[in-house]
Design a protein around this ligand. Structure first.
Ligand SMILES: [Cu+2]
Length: 196
Protein backbone atom coordinates (compact mmCIF):
# COMPACT_ATOMS: atom_id res chain seq x y z
CA UNK A 1 0.00 0.00 0.00
CA UNK A 2 2.67 2.42 0.90
CA UNK A 3 4.58 1.75 -2.29
CA UNK A 4 1.53 2.37 -4.37
CA UNK A 5 0.99 5.67 -2.64
CA UNK A 6 4.56 6.53 -3.34
CA UNK A 7 4.18 5.59 -6.95
CA UNK A 8 1.05 7.70 -7.20
CA UNK A 9 2.86 10.60 -5.64
CA UNK A 10 5.69 10.07 -8.06
CA UNK A 11 3.28 10.13 -10.94
CA UNK A 12 1.59 13.24 -9.60
CA UNK A 13 4.91 14.92 -9.12
CA UNK A 14 5.95 13.90 -12.56
CA UNK A 15 2.75 15.30 -14.01
CA UNK A 16 3.22 18.54 -12.15
CA UNK A 17 6.79 18.74 -13.28
CA UNK A 18 5.80 18.00 -16.83
CA UNK A 19 3.11 20.64 -16.66
CA UNK A 20 5.64 23.05 -15.31
CA UNK A 21 8.01 22.02 -18.03
CA UNK A 22 5.31 22.69 -20.56
CA UNK A 23 4.73 26.08 -19.13
CA UNK A 24 8.42 26.73 -19.11
CA UNK A 25 8.81 25.43 -22.61
CA UNK A 26 5.87 27.51 -23.79
CA UNK A 27 7.31 30.57 -22.22
CA UNK A 28 10.68 29.67 -23.59
CA UNK A 29 9.31 29.20 -27.09
CA UNK A 30 8.50 32.85 -27.26
CA UNK A 31 12.01 33.83 -26.48
CA UNK A 32 14.09 30.84 -27.55
CA UNK A 33 14.34 29.10 -30.87
CA UNK A 34 11.09 27.91 -32.40
CA UNK A 35 12.31 24.47 -33.51
CA UNK A 36 13.05 22.84 -30.17
CA UNK A 37 9.83 23.69 -28.27
CA UNK A 38 7.57 22.68 -31.13
CA UNK A 39 9.21 19.27 -31.30
CA UNK A 40 8.95 18.88 -27.53
CA UNK A 41 5.27 19.76 -27.29
CA UNK A 42 3.79 16.64 -28.89
CA UNK A 43 5.79 14.32 -26.65
CA UNK A 44 5.15 16.24 -23.45
CA UNK A 45 1.52 17.23 -23.97
CA UNK A 46 -0.30 13.86 -24.13
CA UNK A 47 -1.08 14.32 -20.45
CA UNK A 48 -2.33 17.85 -21.07
CA UNK A 49 -5.82 18.72 -22.31
CA UNK A 50 -4.74 20.87 -25.22
CA UNK A 51 -3.43 18.02 -27.37
CA UNK A 52 -6.65 16.01 -27.92
CA UNK A 53 -8.16 18.97 -29.76
CA UNK A 54 -5.14 19.25 -32.01
CA UNK A 55 -4.60 15.50 -32.45
CA UNK A 56 -8.02 14.71 -33.96
CA UNK A 57 -7.72 17.72 -36.19
CA UNK A 58 -4.35 16.53 -37.43
CA UNK A 59 -5.55 12.95 -37.93
CA UNK A 60 -8.77 13.95 -39.60
CA UNK A 61 -6.89 16.32 -41.85
CA UNK A 62 -4.30 13.71 -42.74
CA UNK A 63 -6.76 10.91 -43.54
CA UNK A 64 -8.82 12.83 -46.08
CA UNK A 65 -5.64 14.14 -47.60
CA UNK A 66 -4.35 10.61 -48.15
CA UNK A 67 -7.64 9.06 -49.30
CA UNK A 68 -8.30 11.51 -52.12
CA UNK A 69 -4.84 10.87 -53.46
CA UNK A 70 -5.49 7.11 -53.51
CA UNK A 71 -9.05 7.36 -54.89
CA UNK A 72 -8.34 10.27 -57.20
CA UNK A 73 -6.84 8.15 -60.00
CA UNK A 74 -9.61 5.55 -59.57
CA UNK A 75 -12.26 8.24 -59.71
CA UNK A 76 -10.72 9.98 -62.67
CA UNK A 77 -11.00 6.91 -64.88
CA UNK A 78 -14.67 6.21 -64.06
CA UNK A 79 -15.38 9.90 -64.25
CA UNK A 80 -14.28 9.96 -67.88
CA UNK A 81 -16.39 6.92 -68.70
CA UNK A 82 -19.62 8.36 -67.18
CA UNK A 83 -18.90 11.64 -68.90
CA UNK A 84 -19.07 10.04 -72.33
CA UNK A 85 -22.49 8.44 -71.69
CA UNK A 86 -23.75 11.67 -70.26
CA UNK A 87 -22.50 13.54 -73.30
CA UNK A 88 -23.96 10.96 -75.66
CA UNK A 89 -27.18 10.76 -73.63
CA UNK A 90 -28.60 14.02 -75.02
CA UNK A 91 -28.14 12.70 -78.54
CA UNK A 92 -30.35 9.58 -78.22
CA UNK A 93 -32.98 11.43 -76.25
CA UNK A 94 -36.07 10.73 -78.32
CA UNK A 95 -37.55 13.83 -79.77
CA UNK A 96 -40.92 14.42 -78.35
CA UNK A 97 -43.03 13.74 -81.35
CA UNK A 98 -46.27 15.62 -81.00
CA UNK A 99 -49.01 13.13 -80.59
CA UNK A 100 -51.18 13.42 -83.67
CA UNK A 101 -54.56 14.57 -82.66
CA UNK A 102 -56.95 11.82 -83.60
CA UNK A 103 -59.34 13.34 -86.02
CA UNK A 104 -62.77 13.05 -84.54
CA UNK A 105 -64.49 10.39 -86.53
CA UNK A 106 -67.42 11.97 -88.27
CA UNK A 107 -70.51 10.62 -86.70
CA UNK A 108 -71.96 8.35 -89.32
CA UNK A 109 -75.38 9.59 -90.13
CA UNK A 110 -77.75 6.82 -89.15
CA UNK A 111 -79.07 5.67 -92.48
CA UNK A 112 -82.79 5.18 -92.03
CA UNK A 113 -83.62 1.55 -92.38
CA UNK A 114 -85.43 0.94 -95.63
CA UNK A 115 -89.12 0.75 -95.00
CA UNK A 116 -91.62 -1.52 -96.57
CA UNK A 117 -94.87 0.16 -97.38
CA UNK A 118 -98.02 -1.71 -98.20
CA UNK A 119 -100.57 -0.45 -100.69
CA UNK A 120 -103.78 -1.91 -101.90
CA UNK A 121 -105.66 -2.12 -105.13
CA UNK A 122 -109.30 -2.16 -104.23
CA UNK A 123 -112.51 -0.84 -105.70
CA UNK A 124 -110.71 -0.05 -108.91
CA UNK A 125 -108.45 2.41 -107.21
CA UNK A 126 -104.95 2.59 -105.70
CA UNK A 127 -105.09 3.01 -101.93
CA UNK A 128 -103.66 5.26 -100.84
CA UNK A 129 -103.70 7.18 -104.08
CA UNK A 130 -100.52 9.06 -103.20
CA UNK A 131 -97.66 7.52 -101.27
CA UNK A 132 -94.63 9.43 -99.99
CA UNK A 133 -91.53 7.37 -99.15
CA UNK A 134 -87.78 7.73 -98.76
CA UNK A 135 -85.13 6.57 -101.16
CA UNK A 136 -84.62 2.87 -100.68
CA UNK A 137 -88.12 2.17 -99.51
CA UNK A 138 -90.20 -0.53 -101.10
CA UNK A 139 -93.88 -0.40 -101.90
CA UNK A 140 -95.85 -3.59 -102.22
CA UNK A 141 -99.24 -3.42 -103.93
CA UNK A 142 -101.75 -6.16 -103.33
CA UNK A 143 -104.69 -6.62 -105.69
CA UNK A 144 -107.70 -7.06 -103.47
CA UNK A 145 -110.14 -6.82 -106.33
CA UNK A 146 -111.53 -9.76 -108.16
CA UNK A 147 -110.51 -8.17 -111.42
CA UNK A 148 -106.91 -8.03 -112.61
CA UNK A 149 -105.02 -4.73 -112.50
CA UNK A 150 -101.60 -3.43 -113.29
CA UNK A 151 -99.23 -1.03 -111.61
CA UNK A 152 -97.54 0.68 -114.52
CA UNK A 153 -95.32 3.76 -114.35
CA UNK A 154 -96.25 6.51 -116.73
CA UNK A 155 -92.62 6.93 -117.82
CA UNK A 156 -92.16 3.17 -118.09
CA UNK A 157 -89.70 2.74 -115.19
CA UNK A 158 -91.74 -0.12 -113.75
CA UNK A 159 -94.66 -2.30 -114.76
CA UNK A 160 -96.22 -5.06 -112.72
CA UNK A 161 -97.99 -6.70 -115.56
CA UNK A 162 -101.36 -8.23 -114.99
CA UNK A 163 -102.02 -8.79 -111.30
CA UNK A 164 -104.82 -11.26 -110.75
CA UNK A 165 -106.83 -11.19 -107.55
CA UNK A 166 -104.61 -11.61 -104.51
CA UNK A 167 -101.33 -11.11 -106.33
CA UNK A 168 -98.75 -8.59 -105.20
CA UNK A 169 -96.21 -6.38 -106.86
CA UNK A 170 -93.24 -4.83 -105.10
CA UNK A 171 -91.10 -1.97 -106.28
CA UNK A 172 -88.05 -0.49 -104.52
CA UNK A 173 -87.47 3.16 -105.31
CA UNK A 174 -83.77 4.02 -105.29
CA UNK A 175 -84.03 7.40 -106.98
CA UNK A 176 -85.77 10.42 -105.57
CA UNK A 177 -88.55 11.81 -107.67
CA UNK A 178 -92.27 11.75 -108.34
CA UNK A 179 -93.60 8.71 -110.12
CA UNK A 180 -97.08 8.62 -111.62
CA UNK A 181 -98.49 5.25 -112.43
CA UNK A 182 -101.69 3.89 -113.88
CA UNK A 183 -103.58 0.66 -114.45
CA UNK A 184 -103.29 -0.40 -118.02
CA UNK A 185 -106.67 -2.07 -117.85
CA UNK A 186 -108.59 0.80 -116.32
CA UNK A 187 -107.79 4.30 -117.52
CA UNK A 188 -109.47 5.89 -114.54
CA UNK A 189 -106.98 4.35 -112.04
CA UNK A 190 -104.16 6.74 -111.25
CA UNK A 191 -101.62 6.80 -108.46
CA UNK A 192 -98.54 8.75 -107.44
CA UNK A 193 -95.38 7.75 -105.57
CA UNK A 194 -93.22 10.56 -104.18
CA UNK A 195 -89.69 9.46 -103.32
CA UNK A 196 -87.70 11.93 -101.17
CU1 LIG B 1 -107.11 -1.81 -113.05
Amino acid sequence: MYKTKLSLLAVLVGVVLMGAGCVKSDTSTNTDAVVAPTQGQPSSEPAGGSLPTSAPAASSASEPASKPTDTAPAKSEPSTAPDQPTQSAPVPTPQSTPAPMPAPAPAPEPAPAPKKVSAAIAGFSFQPNSITISVGDTITWTNNDGAPHTVTAGEGSFDSGALSSGRTFSKTFTTAGTYSYVCNFHGSMHGTVIVK
